[in-house]
Design a binder for this molecule. Structure first.
Ligand SMILES: Nc1ncnc2c1ncn2[C@@H]1O[C@H](COP(=O)(O)OP(=O)(O)OP(=O)(O)O)[C@@H](O)[C@H]1O
Length: 348
């Protein structure tokens, strides 16, 4: 019976990876108790956007085996490593960039990091927006100070289930940083390599807006899995977003997708939807997946100011639902990116 079940599972494809679950090494266990079958599927991310589809397909396939009367599908998850791990213990480095400032890049980065952690992934967030570091404030830790461990490595701070490092926790509040390229480069190196990040499925990097020294430094110092571009739908933001995409393309960094923030506004009193900046603009940026659209929502702003991201304080707000879906779509894209570059043998 076990062999027959394994055989039918060879015909069930991961809908995003377009390969069967057996050759992808995703079938961890098959238990047979008479006519009752339990299949444990090891997903490529705990934030898998297609879990329900996989469960349905596995159930249908196994039920087609003669003699099977019931199927239980269990899930585990293990984020896979790209062929060249970016840093010891860190499986994926994901850059969050934007062309224009103020489009909500940091808000999106913080919420995505928390949403991935809520799904069970281990997540780090590095605030590389050295000129306007807002991550610590958005996580309610602006007055915390970074310390070193016994090996003289910087210890990331912790909040809402994620580890993070921000320049704001090094420099006194309200003071401007006046740094030249080489100093920025060495700060970025320290944040990346002299910090005790530990084991991470995803290290998310909140970049400064634009196409400057920090972006260059990062793409040259570490093997990144890919970049995400945050933009609003209006033309002035899209023009700058296109420049950011071009920069990543030239640096051979794959674009994992585009996030359209402040996409629309739903009036709380009437439910009327206003496309303030021209919803849908992100799709004009070319043939890149749009990971999702986040509405303008006062919860996103207030929760950021209060230090508890919206996906945690207002999980049912429309923006939070969109941000959670975006985090899942991103995790799915990361799995596709890492698995398509791996030969089959490494997948088992
Ligand atoms: N979807 C949203 N709804 C309401 N307010 C938002 C939304 N996204 C971001 N904001 C607010 O917009 C402002 C700018 O956001 P944020 O700091 O995240 O942008 P940014 O792109 O990281 O800016 P910069 O790159 O200049 O640092 C903040 O006050 C934030 O709370």
């Amino acid at each position: 019976m076990r062999e027959a079940v394994l055989e039918v599972l060879r015909s069930v494809n991961d809908p995003e990876l377009h390969r069967d679950l057996v050759s992808l090494g995703m079938i961890e266990r098959i238990d047979v108790a008479g006519s009752d079958i339990t299949v444990k599927v090891n997903l490529t991310t705990p934030a898998c956007p297609l879990k329900a589809t996989i469960e349905r397909d596995v159930r249908e396939a196994v039920m087609s085996v003669t003699g099977v009367e019931s199927v239980t599908v269990e899930f585990g998850a293990q984020v896979r490593m790209p062929s060249t791990p970016p840093m010891p213990g860190v499986k994926n480095v994901l850059l969050i960039g934007s062309g224009k400032g103020g489009v909500g890049k940091s808000s999106v980065a913080v919420n995505i990091a928390c949403a991935l952690a809520q799904s069970g992934a281990s997540v780090g967030l590095m605030d590389a927006d050295v000129y306007g570091p807002s991550v610590a404030h958005m996580l309610g830790k602006s007055s915390a100070k970074l310390t070193g461990n016994a090996e003289r490595k910087m210890m990331p701070l912790e909040a809402h289930g994620i580890r993070f490092i921000s320049m704001a926790n090094l420099s006194p509040a309200g003071q401007a940083l006046v740094w030249r390229g080489p100093m920025l480069h060495s700060a970025i190196q320290q944040f990346l390599k002299d910090a005790a990040w530990g084991e991470l499925d995803y290290l998310i990097v909140d970049l400064p807006p634009g196409t400057g020294d920090v972006q260059l430094s990062l793409t040259q110092s570490v093997q990144v899995t890919g970049a995400v571009i945050v933009t609003t739908p209006q033309d002035v933001a899209l023009i700058d977003a296109a420049r950011a995409i071009d920069m990543f393309r030239k640096a051979n960094v794959p674009i994992l997708g585009i996030i359209e923030n402040m996409s629309y506004f739903e009036a709380p009193d009437t439910g009327h939807i206003y496309d303030l900046f021209g919803r849908g603009g992100a799709s004009k940026l070319g043939n890149y997946p749009v990971l999702g659209e986040v509405p303008l929502d006062t919860d996103v702003r207030q929760d950021a100011d209060n230090g508890t991201p919206a996906v945690i304080s207002h999980p049912q707000a429309a923006a939070s639902i969109a941000l959670r879906q975006i985090a899942q779509n991103l995790a799915g894209r990361v799995s596709v990116q890492t698995l398509t570059e791996l030969p089959m043998a490494q997948l088992a």
